[in-house]
Design a protein around this ligand. Sequence first.
Ligand code: HEM
Length: 311
Amino acid sequence: MDEPFRPRRIEQLTGAIRTIVDEVIDAFIDRCQCDAVQDFAIPIPVRIIADMLGIPRAMAPKIKEWSDAAVEPLGMMVSDERQIACAELLVEFQRYFKAELEARASEPRADLLTHIEQARDECGDGLSLPEKLSLCSQLMVAGNETTTNGLAAGIRRLIEHPDNVQALLNDDADHRQARAFANEVLRLESPVQGLFRIVSRDTELAGVKLPKGARVMLRFAAANRDPAKFTRPDALDAQRRNVGTHLAFGAGVHHCIGANLAREEMTQAFHILVRRVRDLAFAADRTDLHYHPSLVLRGLTRLPIKFAKVT
Ligand code: HEM
């Protein structure tokens, strides 16, 4: 299932990713201001995953709506009314994707939905409809909010630490600086702050007894600022020796399947943005920046910015 996300396949997507980033920037650049969340960080990953899945671009706003409906309840901080609205949206999502999967069964295409439709388990059997829908949901959801949050956080950091803009402008052909910057943003911001696990057997961790069945939260964000691992852990330092060795994508069997894709999206987005705009600045008071209420995800609600267009 991870074949379309392997590094070689993602490298082949670089051109398409760059085209999408340019199109997204074209839509707001003449205004010399925008909300970097709504106008930049949301549309880039949504369009990329829509294209990969084989869903028409016109569905991008709907994909975002479905993705939000799946993610918000995970934060455990939504009202009962919103929980019900989210459940209704998820039924709508299931109906739409069921029809799309059926269409791929009769007419295969070169897209991720066909890949899911044709996937076989370890016994060689096709997947059940709930399994297929779960995969669609994971790809659509896991990749959107997280990458959006990473992109928005990166722009905030570029404004707060403009020395990185210069480093990105001096970048080499492999975009090594942009890649390092993207990784450092992922480490510091950890768009997935933590996820729950159930302890499978009695154990002990750093002197704390964890009984079988206990619910614990792995805090990737805390690990990413571990002073034993990262010197000056709270500082953004894209030149640090061990840049990229963070846990923002988790570890082990559940390591993020979209890590290569997300890194490439962020790398290309930052690389292109600093070449198309200059004098990036906050358009509102810096203290007016707010994060979505969530135990699990970290992401800005909005990021008003201003800039000059590079001609
Ligand atoms: C900056 C962006 C992203 C971050 C920070 C991120 C983070 C994570 C983390 C921490 C996990 C581990 C979950 C666990 O340990 O249980 C994970 C899993 C996953 N991610 Fe991502 N992710 C990102 C982008 C993406 C993208 C672009 C996709 C796909 C298009 C994606 C698809 C998935 C899937 C399907 C899993 C589940 C893997 C499994 O359980 O085997 N993610 N992600």
